[in-house]
Design a protein around this ligand. Sequence first.
Ligand code: ASP
Length: 317
Amino acid sequence: MYNPQLNSHGELAHLLTIEGLPARVLRQILDRAAEYVTAGEQGVKKHNDLAGKSVFNLFFENSTRTRTTFEIAQKRLSADVFSLNISASSTAKGETLLDTIHNLEAMGADMFVVRHSESGAPFLIARHVRPGVAVVNAGDGRHAHPTQALLDMYTIRHYKGDFQNLTVAIVGDILHSRVARSQIHALTTLGCPEVRVIAPKTLLPRDVEQMGVRVFHDLDEGLRGVDVVVALRLQNERMNGALLPSANEFNKYYGLNEARLALAKPDAIVMHPGPMNRGVEIDTPVADGKQAVILNQVTFGIAVRMAVTSILSGARA
Ligand code: ASP
């Protein structure tokens, strides 16, 4: 099957979505990230992989963790980093996305990291850039967030070993979550035998079962015996119309609290991509509890984004 993300040698040329990427490529990224983590532990933070290359970060949607960790990653690889202030750029004057891209290419861009509210925007850019210019999707609409899923896979592998014997539960607003979609593709590709999604019917995509997951509507039932729990934020900005009665009501039935977490395995880890809404999808004692690895996810995100950036640039091929 044609995959615009892979070049004719089967190597990663753009990172747009996890869907369709072979396990080999996902593992290559996780392994390269592990090398950066090890180097960091040995005191080597700075690398030359991207010396002389120009990376442009274009965030058309809000971001705290993704944007900052991408910038840290790029700087640790010695890239020249340009993060556009979109509200002050010419897109605000009506310039098209592709005209902006072509102008930045004329300035010598080697890579674009793009977040956009429109699903498919990074694909559009990837189709129009010059050969050799790489595009990374940093979250497009409700479609995909591949580097988030990869850092989540890194975190799971770090705490739980490989994926072969794990049960992972993803709880909350699956319907609007690009994170959930990318996680499901990553987990099934990497051989996780049981991926559960736990949500009310109104917050599940219609085709969810075809993605190879087990669906639960009851949180207690879905959490029983799991190794990993991923809590997701209610994506109010992507909801039109009332899909649930209220945040309080959601917390009552789907909020992760200590009593419910006790139904998972005793050594289960709790993850969240951030930003958290405490008291809605996750209660504070769980968010700050012993089983939470939420801030570790953020730290691993740097190494994972370094790995993606380095592999896409062709460094150490
Ligand atoms: N930060 C994640 C995203 O950009 C999750 C979220 O916003 O809830 O998709």
